[in-house]
Design a protein around this ligand. Structure first.
Ligand SMILES: *[C@@H]1O[C@H](CO)[C@@H](O)[C@H](O)[C@H]1NC(C)=O
Ligand SMILES: *[C@@H]1O[C@H](CO)[C@@H](O)[C@H](O)[C@H]1NC(C)=O
Ligand SMILES: *[C@@H]1O[C@H](CO)[C@@H](O)[C@H](O)[C@H]1NC(C)=O
Length: 490
């Protein structure tokens, strides 16, 4: 009784908020016709059952273990140090590449240094995020790794390289450098000084023309050697349990639950990565329906951050949408999921969701999917205390929960999306890859009704649910691990 009462209040509040909102210039459902139909959509979906079934065996299996059985490592040619920029998922790729470069050079890898990102400002080190013992032990037959440099090289620090030109710094690694580039340019530094610090290093190792052994090692690092520290995994596990068994006291934190429970077995859930922050909104140069004020604010931001030099701003909104270059708004990702057959009993876990425009913009999604959860709604502040204010640790928890979801979807193709597409493909897990160009076109068509929209979406998302795709030249092995690290079953 009490539960229902609360729910009624919530609906009332929503109605109130909505009516206030629609009078202001703040984002309101932009695709109001579609939105209304989506809200009224009954659970008529026979597709639902299909949606939740795991992917069938596609005839491929992971193949990352090296075939050469020579546990004897060659003598070390010196120490390799890297300093990694970017957010957690970009740094992750950098770590995998650093192991590969150390292998190419027969060098000893120093546990990579994670730079503090100027936007996210998390000072967590490698050891604060990843299980370093596990990392070293999984890779012990592949390369040698040290946590820190021996005393004789202790001078080789980030500060040392920041303050002057140093001979041991390799600054000139081109984007997607070949294995030979490292042999020709870094080996001599190791020979002369016993150490080489490569910075910048992000995206500095090619994906093509690499020995098979190196490709598999990169995958082994990404999919096997990199695991998060226990407290991150534990919090992730707590969240996953509460998503699967809502209202079950044994999962600890009791939450009031409305709507359908997951039957007697474990409930299913979708993990939704919803990065729709100001940075991304501004950079895309798309119009998100927030009116003149929003357009101006985004233009000002572009000017301040990129001095107006944003390629996308040369195109009209229509051109950008036609090309699928606009990140999906919370409303649009909601409509996509609704059209695919997810209904209001679907549990959704929100990974990373600083939404530009705030709750006003977010509420459309919440109305379609009232059972939307995040770390805050699922875990107490006590339970979250160890990751509080730490963007990388928070992203690590999201990574963990997203990997354990039945279905993953992202509203924008960025690093997190790519990391999930690759890691989930490796494990044959379902991942929705939104057909951005098609969606862009559908959302512009104001004469499209709900059934038309739904048909077009279902058709357009066919074969975009985690079907394995073979990597094309230049594509990342971390996004497309087939066929380098996932091989055809005999
Ligand atoms: C879900 O949608 C159905 C059909 O529109 C509606 O009857 C029901 O009250 C909704 N449930 C929730 C929890 O919003
Ligand atoms: C690395 O070690 C292997 C095996 O001892 C050797 O064949 C290869 O030439 C070495 N490469 C470099 C760059 O030292
Ligand atoms: C918009 O949708 C209608 C109805 O499905 C369709 O007939 C029309 O061709 C579409 N317009 C564009 C520009 O795609």
């Amino acid at each position: 009784m009490k539960l229902q009462h609360c729910h009624m209040l919530e609906i009332l509040l929503l109605v109130l908020i909505t009516s206030v909102m629609s009078e202001s210039s703040f984002p309101k459902p932009r695709h109001s016709r579609l939105f209304k139909s989506a809200l009224q959509q009954q659970a008529l979906n026979e597709q639902q059952w299909d949606l939740w079934t795991p992917l069938p065996n596609q005839g491929w299996k992971p193949c990352i273990d090296s075939t050469s059985a020579s546990p004897q490592l060659p003598d070390s040619s010196g120490y390799i140090q890297v300093f990694l920029d970017g957010g957690l998922n970009q740094q992750r790729m950098g770590i995998c590449d650093a192991v590969a470069v150390a292998k190419i050079l027969n060098a000893t890898l120093v546990i990579p240094y994670l730079e503090v990102n100027p936007v996210w400002k998390d000072t967590s080190s490698f050891e604060d995020i990843f299980d370093v013992d596990h990392f070293i032990s999984v890779l012990k037959d592949d390369i040698s790794i040290v946590r820190e440099l021996p005393d004789e090289y202790a001078w080789s620090t980030r500060e040392y390289y920041a303050s002057a030109i140093r001979f041991t710094r390799v600054k000139s690694a081109p984007l997607h450098a070949s294995a030979n580039w490292y042999l020709e340019n870094v080996s001599p530094v190791l020979e002369s000084y016993g150490i080489a610090a490569i910075s910048p290093f992000s995206h500095r190792l090619a994906f093509d023309n690499m020995p098979m052994e190196i490709q598999r090692l990169r995958c082994k690092v990404n999919f096997k050697a990199l695991t998060f520290v226990p407290h991150v995994r534990n919090l992730g596990e707590v969240l996953v349990n509460r998503l699967r068994y809502p209202g079950d006291e044994s999962t600890g934190y009791l939450k009031e639950v409305v709507g359908t429970k997951g039957g007697d077995g474990a409930g299913k859930f979708v993990a939704l990565h919803l990065r729709f922050d100001k940075d991304m909104a501004a950079h895309s140069a798309c119009d998100f329906g927030g009116g003149k004020a929003e357009k101006k604010a985004l233009a000002r931001y572009r000017k301040a951050i990129w001095h107006g030099r944003v390629l996308n701003s040369r195109f009209t909104d229509e051109e950008l949408r036609n090309k699928g270059r606009c990140p999906l708004t919370p409303e649009e990702i909601g409509l996509l999921l609704a059209a695919m057959g997810f209904d209001n009993s679907t549990r959704v876990y929100l990974a990373s969701h600083k939404v530009y425009g705030g709750e006003a913009r977010f509420s459309a999604l919440r109305k379609l999917f009232p059972q939307i959860e995040d770390k805050k709604s699922l875990a107490s502040s006590m339970e979250r205390s160890q990751i509080k204010g730490k963007a990388s640790l928070s992203a690590a928890v999201d990574y963990y929960v997203s990997m354990h979801s039945d279905i993953f979807v992202s509203a924008s193709p960025g690093n997190m999306h790519n990391a999930m597409v690759g890691h989930r493909a490796y494990l044959n897990l379902k991942t929705i890859r939104p057909n951005m160009a098609l969606l862009g076109q559908l959302f512009m068509n104001k004469s499209l009704n709900w059934p038309g929209f739904q048909d077009a979406v279902v058709e357009g998302q066919r074969n975009r649910l985690g079907e394995l795709k073979v990597r094309k030249a230049k594509q990342s092995i971390y996004t497309y691990p087939v066929p380098d690290c996932v091989c055809q079953q005999a």
